[in-house]
Design a protein around this ligand. Structure first.
Ligand code: HEM
Length: 221
């Protein structure tokens, strides 16, 4: 008699990409539900408010892309780093449209930037930051860009941040990105550490939204 062993169903998602996606669902929902995002997408934030938001993002992406430059030879981080994702030039083009970089105090941005900079010696932690921003930009970010263009009655200008001219089809790009995540040489403990950092990154984004939400009265008429 042949004994056929039935495959054991894993209790945790298989692969880092599934672990990150499924492990951060509630953090993602919290980010989606932020008042600042809701008001922005409903067209209830002034141009000045959007310029402040973009100015915060400029600092975040300068840190991300500056740190990426120090990790191009890192065996883990180099699997995801890709110049076609870079957002700094697009943000600068948008800022010119929205009236320029707004100098302002933002403890939430300071904390986020410093956390990114701390990953300079840690490729796996950097991957968590890279995944949370860029895969988000290639996902919900696409719909957000379209909504903003409608709400602010833009004619293609001012929303370069949401456009990836070198990635015409986000879906196959995201699939390939997830395959690269799954192929990373990380043991289960290291994978859990990446997930923990992803949750931290969502928290840092949430804190930034909360800070911006507090300023909403100044940006609403
Ligand atoms: C109103 C705000 C948001 C909306 C409407 C939104 C919407 C979405 C949607 C629909 C997807 C799934 C796309 C797909 O399955 O291919 C997605 C994925 C994602 N979003 Fe968001 N999102 C928002 C905010 C954010 C924020 C603030 C972040 C992080 C800073 C973020 C990070 C991500 C990530 C990392 C993914 C990819 C998940 C994965 O497939 O592994 N999102 N988002």
């Amino acid at each position: 008699m042949t004994i056929v062993s039935s495959p054991v169903q894993p209790l945790t998602p298989v692969g880092l990409s599934a672990l990150l996606r499924e492990g951060s669902t509630s953090e993602h929902q919290a980010a989606e539900g932020s008042s600042f995002m809701g008001e922005l997408l409903a067209g209830r934030v002034s141009r000045e408010g959007y310029a402040v938001y973009l100015s915060c993002l400029r600092r975040v992406y300068a840190a991300l892309e500056g740190t990426a430059a120090t990790l191009v030879a890192d065996p883990v981080a180099s699997a995801v780093i890709d110049p076609s994702l870079e957002r700094l030039a697009a943000i600068d083009a948008d800022l010119e449209f929205w009236g320029g970089f707004v100098e302002h105090a933002s403890p939430a941005t300071d904390a986020y930037v410093s956390r990114i900079q701390q990953t300079a010696g840690d490729g796996a932690a950097f991957v968590a930051h890279h995944y949370t921003r860029y895969l988000g930009d290639l996902s919900g970010g696409q719909a957000i860009g379209r909504l903003l263009a409608r709400q602010f009655e833009l004619d293609g200008a001012g929303v370069a941040f949401y456009a990836f001219p070198e990635i015409p089809k986000p879906k196959p790009y995201k699939d390939a990105y997830r395959e690269r995540l799954d192929a990373l040489p990380l043991d289960p403990g290291q994978q859990q550490a990446v997930l923990a950092e992803v949750k931290t990154v969502f928290g840092l984004n949430g804190a930034l939204f909360a800070e911006l939400t507090q300023q909403l009265p100044a940006w609403q008429h």
